[in-house]
Design a protein around this ligand. Structure first.
Ligand SMILES: [Zn+2]
Length: 258
C-alpha cells in the first residue's frame, strides 16, 4: 500500500522523533540554512515540520507509482533471499526544494523524497530506501548478515567518546537519517584493529566519511582519526559505508538484474 503523510501526520511524526533533529552547527547550516545548535530541539522540529517537509500532492504520488511497482519487485527478491516474506507499506513525505541536500532519506517507517524526485523517480533509489525500513523492522536478521561479514557491533565507552571529542569535530558531525537509530558497527582492518566510520562536513559543505581506528582487543580508550577509508570502500564495493545498512542497501540494489 502507498500512503502519503498529510500535514498533521508530518507534524506528529516530527515531534515524536526528536533523535533526528539534534544537528551539529555545520550540519544544520548546510541542511537548513541556519545554526540550529543554539536553539532548542523543538525549534528545529518545528522548522522541519513546517518548512522542510510537506505533504506530497496526489499527482506527485501518482507519478511515483510505476517506479514503486518496480522497486517492490526488487525489494521482494532481495528480502525473499534473506528469509523475509512480509510486505511493508510505503509511507511517503516530501522534502521541499533546497533542504537536506535534496537527498532521499528514511526516518523510522517514513521515506522522505526531495521535490525533484517526483518528476524523475528512480526505482533503485526507492528500493534502497525501502530496504532501510525493513532493516528497522527486522534488525536481528540484518545483524546476523553483518556479523557474517566480520563486522562487530560495539558501544563506545566514556574514554573512547572523550578521545573522539578531542579531535574537535563535533561542530562538523553529521547524522545520516537512514542510520540514525541504529547501532555502531566497526569494520576489521587486521591485527584486532577496527574502524568506526563517521560522517562529517568537508570544506565544500558536503558529507564525507572519515573514521576512527580502535584496538578492539585492548580497548585502551584511544580512537585514532583516519581519513583513509579506501580499504572499506574497496572491500564492500559501495559508495556509502557509514553503516552496514547502507552497504547492504547500496550493494544489493546495484547488483540486482532487472
Ligand atoms: Zn541509505
Amino acid at each position: 500500500m502507498i500512503k502519503k503523510l498529510n500535514k498533521n501526520e508530518i507534524i506528529d511524526f516530527v515531534f515524536k522523533t526528536p533523535e533526528y533533529y539534534n544537528l551539529s552547527k555545520q550540519e544544520s547550516l548546510n541542511r537548513i540554512g541556519f545554526d540550529s545548535s543554539i536553539f532548542p530541539v523543538e525549534y528545529v522540529q518545528d522548522f522541519y515540520a513546517n518548512k522542510v517537509f510537506s505533504e506530497p500532492t496526489d499527482s506527485e504520488i501518482n507519478k511515483l507509482i510505476p517506479a514503486i511497482k518496480q522497486a517492490d519487485l526488487i525489494v521482494d527478491k532481495i528480502m525473499n533471499r534473506i528469509g523475509i516474506n512480509k510486505k511493508l507499506d510505503w509511507n511517503i513525505g516530501k522534502i521541499n526544494n533546497g533542504f537536506d541536500w535534496n537527498y532521499p532519506q528514511t526516518r523510522e517507517e517514513v521515506i522522505f523524497l526531495p521535490e525533484y524526485f517526483f518528476d524523475n523517480p528512480d526505482s533503485k533509489i526507492l528500493a534502497h530506501e525501502k530496504i532501510h525500513i525493513y532493516q528497522r523492522k527486522f534488525p536481528k536478521i540484518f545483524d546476523e548478515i553483518y556479523k557474517s561479514w566480520g563486522l562487530k557491533k560495539i558501544k563506545l565507552n566514556e574514554k573512547e567518546k572523550q578521545s573522539i571529542y578531542e579531535y574537535n569535530l563535533s561542530d562538523r558531525l553529521i547524522k545520516n537519517p537512514d542510520t540514525t537509530n541504529f547501532d555502531k558497527w566497526v569494520y576489521p582492518i587486521g591485527n584486532d584493529y577496527y574502524i568506526l566510520p563517521v560522517y562529517i562536513i568537508n570544506s565544500n559543505g558536503k558529507p564525507t566519511n572519515v573514521g576512527f581506528k580502535l584496538d578492539l582487543k585492548n580497548r585502551d580508550g584511544n580512537m585514532y582519526f583516519t581519513s583513509d577509508l579506501s580499504a572499506i570502500y574497496d572491500r564492500y564495493n559501495s559508495k556509502q559505508i557509514d553503516h552496514p545498512n547502507e552497504i547492504f542497501a547500496c550493494s544489493e540494489t546495484n547488483n540486482i538484474d532487472f
